[in-house]
Design a protein around this ligand. Sequence first.
Ligand SMILES: [Zn+2]
Length: 421
Amino acid sequence: MILMSNIFLSIRGRILVNVEALNMTESVGNYVKHRRVPVIMPGTYTTYFVPAVSGESIAHGYQAVLAEEAEKNGIPVCNLCKKGYFLKSTNDKVFESSFGIKPPDSEADFERTVISKCLVEDVGGFLYAPRAGGKNVKRTSNFFVGYMIPTKESLEGTVIEPQLHSRYALGTPFVEREQMGQMLYYVELSSAVYAFSFDLDSKFIGRTTFVLEKAGEPVTFRQGDSREKRISVSINAVSNFLRETLFGAKRTRFLPVVDWESMIMALSDDVWTTPSPFTTNYTENSLRKLEKTNENTKLFVYINPTLLEDTSVYVKKKTEELLNNFYEALEDFKKRLEEKGDVNIVNWQEFKKKKLEEFLDRKVNELVESGDLKYVSKVQKKYADFIETAKGKENKVKIYYNFEECVKEAVEEAKSRVSKE
Ligand SMILES: [Zn+2]
């Protein structure tokens, strides 16, 4: 086995999603329910039932983008995955419809065939479990997703609201009088700042994993296809998927209003996951983790600039106010010395400089710590602090105020690391 460099891309983010119906569970009559999960609030240990979007839903979205990206780049995808049916070699019938051939007998050949003929199953894994007497073959996914749940700061403010809709058919022959010509139905909508997670590990893309002795062996690809190209395509798919937030259901009539609050894309040579974005501390926690552990890790951080507007305006205003106070006090002091005839014993230039430094140091700290930061929320302050702490670490932590630019540069660097193989 040849040792090759690996990329591990770990994405965590906080995303504001308004009026969404991205993940519905069941319909009871004319009532469609949003998915709900129990979440424990740290500190109080109170359990809340909150809206959520399942990892399966996010995985489906990513695999759909991956299938498209593969086709565009001439990498094989099976007949079913191509159409968005991710049945993934689950039994003989599915295998035959997917690949147009009979399943190979040996487990190793089975996995090798699926990998070489379908990128979605190479990257996203599969489970072959034929009903009678057959052997099972399992491939673990090379990307990892989880439930999107409301972030801690927004959790108590999260709502689920059933919205009434009706279809009008009055005046048509399709409606009987007593039905009033309307079909009423309810769809539960939700709004929250969700925590988003996605990891991609390139280690086993294009390599076998199932049979112990053969684990990690590269697969033979058709012409124009390679492991390096597959990894690049998987990374490109992440980029499109994030940029266009391509996950979730009911998007044709309940397309949500979406805005990223922040996101960290950590690029490493080996497993290095970004800490949980459940609280805004994740920015700080990521920096701390980066100081202690490092797998050639680089952080690409997006912060929504609207979050910082209030903070900077407030601090600027407050600083001006403080400076005015300082000069007033200084003038007052000088006047008193004049009255006493002592004004010339002080070196004013030096005195002013020293006092000004002391004053600013003290006041700025007071300002930042004070409960006076009324309309500057804690969340905003966390981001402002993070930007401050990240200063001087530009080679390891890059901050962006433009989402697309952040994604683009992270993806470009990821691809450049792959091509160095
Ligand atoms: Zn497939």
